[in-house]
Design a protein around this ligand. Structure first.
Ligand SMILES: *[C@@H]1O[C@H](CO)[C@@H](O)[C@H](O)[C@H]1NC(C)=O
Ligand SMILES: *[C@@H]1O[C@H](CO)[C@@H](O)[C@H](O)[C@H]1NC(C)=O
Ligand SMILES: *[C@@H]1O[C@H](CO)[C@@H](O)[C@H](O)[C@H]1NC(C)=O
Length: 406
C-alpha cells in the first residue's frame, strides 16, 4: 500500500508544483505532467480559505460564465457517508471513491463524466462500484484518507486505497478501471514465452506456484492491480522458474522481482503471501538503488512505502560534471541500505529539477552536498559532515529516530 501521510503528500505536491513552475513549457503530453497540471490548481483541502468556507474563487468563475447546468443521470454513483462507508467497502472488492466539496468547480466539471463512467461500468456492478463522499460533511473520512485537495479520487481494492491520478474524463476512468479488473497476472507456460519476457522487459515479477489458479494466484493478481509500473507473471513450470534464477526445487509459492538494469538483478520475497504486502514489496524494490530525481521519478520517491519503515531519503546534490567523482561511492552506500533507505541523485545544476529542489531544501552554492531528509511529519534534514561513506550514513541513520528494519 502506498498511502502517503498528509506531510508526505504536501511535500510531494509542493515539489510537484515547483517542478511544474520550473518547466511550464516542457513535455506537456507526458501523463505524469498532465496529472501535475490537472491538480496544480485544485483547492488544497487544508487551505483555510478553501476548506469549510462557503464559496471559492472558482465560484466566481461560474458566475462569470453562466454555465447552464446540464441534467445528467447520477443514479449509478453511490453516495457514501461515515455511517455506511466501511460496510460498502467490505461488500465491494473494487470501489472508486471521489471525495468532493459541493462548491468545488473541478468537482462539478467532473460530475457528468463520473456519472457516465459509473453507468458504463454498471453492468459489472458485482465487480466495481463508483461512489462519492462529500468531504465537507464527512470530514473524519476525508482526514482518514488524507484528502488534501478536491476532487481526490481513490480506488479501493479490498479496502486498500490507491490514488487515481489519470485524466478526469469518462473514457479515461472507464479504461483505467477495466485495466484494473483485467487478468493482472499473466501466465508463462513455456520456456519460449519466458525468454521473450526476459529479453523484452526491464522489470518483471514472477511467481512460481503449484497451480495457476487458486488462492496464491488470486493474491498475486490482486497485488498486480495495486502496481502500475511492473508486469506480474506466474508459472508452475520448473524450467521457467530456472530461467528466472529460482531453484526449481524451491518451496512454492516463491516470488522474485527481476530488474535487468541493476547490479542486483534479483530480489526474492520473504514476506506474507498477501496482496497488499506483495504490492508494498514491489513498490519498495522496483526502483533502482540510486534514483535520479526527475519530474517522473518524484512521485515514486516521495510516496514510497519504504518510508513507512525507514523514513530517510538520502539526497546527493552534485553538479553534472562532477557526478562521476561522487556517484560511485554513493551507489556503493546505497547497496548497503537497499530496500531500507532511498538514495536520490539530484543534478545540482539542472535548471528544471535540481535547481528548484536545492532551493527547496535551502541549499545554496554549487559544492557537493549530501542531505538526509525525514520527509514525514517532523520533516527534519541532516547534512552529512565529511566524506560520503557507508559509515557516515550510518551515523546519520543513528541520529535520525527512524527505525531501520533488518
Ligand atoms: C449512506 O448514507 C447516506 C446518509 O447517511 C445515505 O444518503 C446514502 O444513501 C447511503 N448510501 C448507501 C449506498 O447506502
Ligand atoms: C492462467 O491459467 C489459469 C489456469 O489454467 C487460468 O484459469 C487463467 O485464466 C489463465 N490466465 C490468463 C490471463 O490467461
Ligand atoms: C565543472 O564545471 C565548473 C563550472 O563550469 C568548473 O568550475 C569545474 O572546474 C568543472 N569541474 C570539472 C571536474 O570539470
Amino acid at each position: 500500500m502506498a498511502m502517503a501521510s498528509p506531510r508526505e503528500r504536501s511535500l510531494l505536491l509542493s515539489l510537484a508544483a515547483l517542478l511544474l513552475l520550473a518547466s511550464a513549457s516542457a513535455s506537456a503530453s507526458d501523463d505524469d505532467l498532465d496529472y501535475l497540471i490537472d491538480n496544480a490548481d485544485d483547492i488544497p483541502a487544508n487551505d483555510p480559505d478553501g476548506w469549510l468556507q462557503e464559496g471559492s474563487p472558482d465560484d466566481d468563475d461560474d458566475l462569470f460564465h453562466h454555465h447552464q447546468e446540464e441534467a445528467f443521470d447520477e443514479s449509478h454513483v453511490f453516495l457514501l457517508s461515515a455511517s455506511n462507508f466501511s460496510d460498502f467497502l467490505a461488500s465491494h472488492r473494487h470501489v472508486m471513491v471521489e471525495f468532493y466539496a459541493p462548491w468545488c468547480a473541478h468537482c462539478q466539471a467532473l460530475a457528468p463524466d463520473y456519472a457516465a463512467a459509473a453507468a458504463d461500468l454498471a453492468p459489472l456492478s458485482h465487480e466495481v462500484a463508483l461512489a462519492k463522499v462529500d468531504a465537507t460533511e464527512d470530514t473524519d473520512l476525508a482526514q482518514k484518507y488524507h484528502v488534501q485537495g478536491f476532487p481526490t479520487i481513490l480506488f479501493f481494492i479490498d479496502g486498500v486505497p490507491k490514488d487515481y491520478t489519470g485524466p478526469r474524463t469518462r473514457e479515461a476512468i472507464v479504461s483505467w478501471i477495466n485495466k484494473k479488473l483485467g487478468p493482472g497476472v499473466h501466465n508463462i507456460t513455456t520456456v519460449d514465452e519466458a525468454e521473450k519476457i526476459l529479453t523484452g522487459e526491464d522489470k518483471a515479477l514472477l511467481a512460481f506456484l503449484h497451480s495457476l489458479s487458486g488462492a496464491h494466484s488470486n493474491e498475486i493478481s490482486a497485488a498486480s492491480r495495486l502496481e502500475d509500473a511492473v508486469n506480474f507473471y506466474q508459472t508452475s513450470n520448473p524450467d521457467v522458474a530456472k530461467l528466472f534464477h529460482i531453484d526449481p526445487a524451491a518451496n512454492r509459492p516463491t516470488l522474485v522481482l527481476l530488474k535487468k538494469q541493476e547490479d542486483d538483478k534479483l530480489t526474492f520475497y520473504d514476506g506474507q503471501f498477501k496482496a497488499s504486502a506483495i504490492a508494498d514489496f514491489v513498490s519498495a524494490n522496483k526502483l533502482p538503488s540510486v534514483i535520479t530525481l526527475t519530474q517522473e521519478t518524484a512521485p515514486s520517491i516521495f510516496d514510497n512505502p519504504i518510508k513507512k519503515q525507514a523514513c530517510l531519503i538520502i539526497l546527493l546534490f552534485v553538479v553534472a560534471n562532477e557526478s562521476v567523482k561522487f556517484l560511485p561511492s554513493f551507489k556503493e552506500a546505497a547497496k548497503s541500505f537497499k530496500g531500507k533507505l532511498l538514495f536520490v541523485f539530484v543534478e545540482r545544476d539542472n535548471e528544471e529539477v535540481g535547481g528548484p529542489v536545492a532551493n527547496y531544501f535551502g541549499i545554496t552554492g554549487q559544492e557537493t552536498t549530501v542531505l538526509a531528509y525525514t520527509g514525514n511529519e517532523d520533516a527534519r534534514k541532516f547534512f552529512l559532515d565529511g566524506e560520503m561513506s557507508v559509515e557516515n550514513i550510518k551515523v546519520i541513520v543513528e541520529i535520525c529516530p527512524c527505525t531501520v528494519p533488518d
